[in-house]
Design a binder for this molecule. Structure first.
Ligand SMILES: Nc1ncnc2c1ncn2[C@@H]1O[C@H](COP(=O)(O)OP(=O)(O)OP(=O)(O)O)[C@@H](O)[C@H]1O
Length: 396
């Protein structure tokens, strides 16, 4: 009860999941278990990275936690937000998808301010909305490119990293306490990936709970994560402090070789596709110079995954995670707002119409080229009837 009192009025998001299993129905009538009995948690002020080989279930776990699973997916287990059964169906949490759906002709500032008008309440004074937009621009480090257009096929605009940050800015406008990101750094070079992740860390340090799936982070990016959730084939291989993962792998018999990026090493250990890579390389020049003291040389990756999986199940990390989830389930915290848009239908319609006009007038292909085509078609059709005459028999 004392702990419950502590959280009274606290609007941060404590997310915990226990024995989470997701099964999908395939077209052929079969079912496939995509996630198997996952247990973990995410606390405010921290950034949790979901890592694993392609197809290991990272996006499915994010979708399950955010309540966005596909219609053919079935979930069992418990998801708790602040100790209560979570209902994150719309708006309570922000979700940044893998691709940026932005309008290329608008500037960064316009994009964010249209979004603010579409979602913030009508009775909020314009000044306050403007201040919120400017605050978000500064928070995401977009001041230098605030008046640059996003860019499209014929218009050079902001860089890929800046686009990602604009997508994140749109989501944090409503000040969500919980932020999900699906591969926020994919397609970025390591410097841009670092800046995007550093911005996420800043958001987390402000008391938000951030969960992001990440593909092959550089060692600098990896150091920014607080917790690591490592998945392989839908099972947990490791969940704990990111800084303790190296020690865990070493204790399990897979120490990270000196000069190798730790996250590359973890993924190398748990990606079953490496068996095929090894088979292809066998006998080639490259293999002759390989280090023979690498434990992965002596066993198949599937055996390594099995060994790591069972090592994790009996480790202190697993025990601590379960205890922490039980503790989080006992403390009933604040029910977070459903979120979503608070703007009226009229405001939304007006903003969308204005945005559409601005977009059309700036888009050479969409507006000006179409106008030229209409004029040409009008002249063509009009000239068919040129000098036809006005008598009844002149069209015969
Ligand atoms: N709704 C669904 N219907 C059928 N299969 C699904 C569905 N959702 C997920 N899967 C399958 O589950 C597995 C995990 O998919 P998921 O997208 O979660 O992987 P991932 O780790 O995010 O991969 P990537 O890194 O390539 O995006 C895949 O084999 C995928 O085909």
């Amino acid at each position: 009860e004392k702990a419950a009192m502590e959280f009274l009025g606290d609007v941060s998001a404590r997310l915990a999941w226990r024995d989470l299993t997701v099964t999908v129905a395939l077209g052929s009538g079969d079912t496939q278990t995509v996630l198997q009995a996952l247990t973990g948690y995410a606390e405010p002020g921290t950034i949790t990275a979901l890592m694993g080989p392609s197809g290991s279930g990272k996006s499915t776990l994010l979708d399950a936690l955010a309540g966005r699973l596909a219609a053919n997916a079935f979930l069992s287990g418990t998801i708790l937000l602040n100790g209560r059964k979570a209902n994150l169906s719309f708006g309570a949490a922000a979700y940044v998808t893998q691709d940026d759906n932005l309008i290329g002709t608008l500037t960064v500032r316009e994009t964010i301010s249209y979004s603010a008008r579409l979602r913030l309440p009508d009775n909020m004074p314009m000044e306050e909305k403007r201040a919120l937009v400017e605050g978000t621009i500064v928070e995401m480090g977009l001041q230098d490119c605030a008046d640059t257009v996003i860019g499209n096929w014929h218009l050079r605009g902001v860089s890929g990293g800046e686009k990602r940050r604009v997508s994140i800015a749109l989501e944090i406008l409503m000040r969500p306490r919980l932020l999900f990101l699906d591969e926020p750094t994919s397609g970025l070079d390591s410097a841009s990936a670092f800046f995007v992740t550093q911005t996420l860390r800043g958001l987390a340090r402000d008391g938000r709970t951030v969960i992001a799936s990440i593909h092959q982070p550089s060692s600098e990016v990896f150091e920014l994560f607080d917790r690591l959730y490592l998945l392989s084939g839908g099972k947990t291989v490791y969940f704990g402090q990111a800084s303790e993962a190296c020690e865990f792998f070493a204790q399990a018999g897979f120490p990270c070789p000196p000069l190798r990026n730790p996250s590359d090493h973890f993924l190398r250990c748990i990606n079953a596709d490496f068996d095929k890579v090894k088979a292809t390389l066998k006998g080639s020049m490259k293999m002759r110079f390989e280090r023979s003291d690498d434990p992965l040389e002596h066993i198949t990756t599937s055996d390594a995954i099995r060994r790591l999986f069972s090592y994790y199940q009996h480790s202190q990390h697993y025990l601590t995670a379960r205890q922490k989830v039980d503790e989080m389930a006992r403390v009933k915290g604040t029910v977070l707002d459903a979120g979503g848009s608070q703007a009226s239908f009229g405001m939304q319609a007006c903003t969308l119409t204005k945005r559409s006009f601005v977009n059309m007038s700036r888009d050479f292909g969409y507006y000006w080229l179409r106008l030229v085509i209409y004029i040409v078609v009008t002249v063509c059709i009009g000239s068919i009837y040129l000098n036809v005459g006005t008598k009844y028999n002149s069209i015969l």
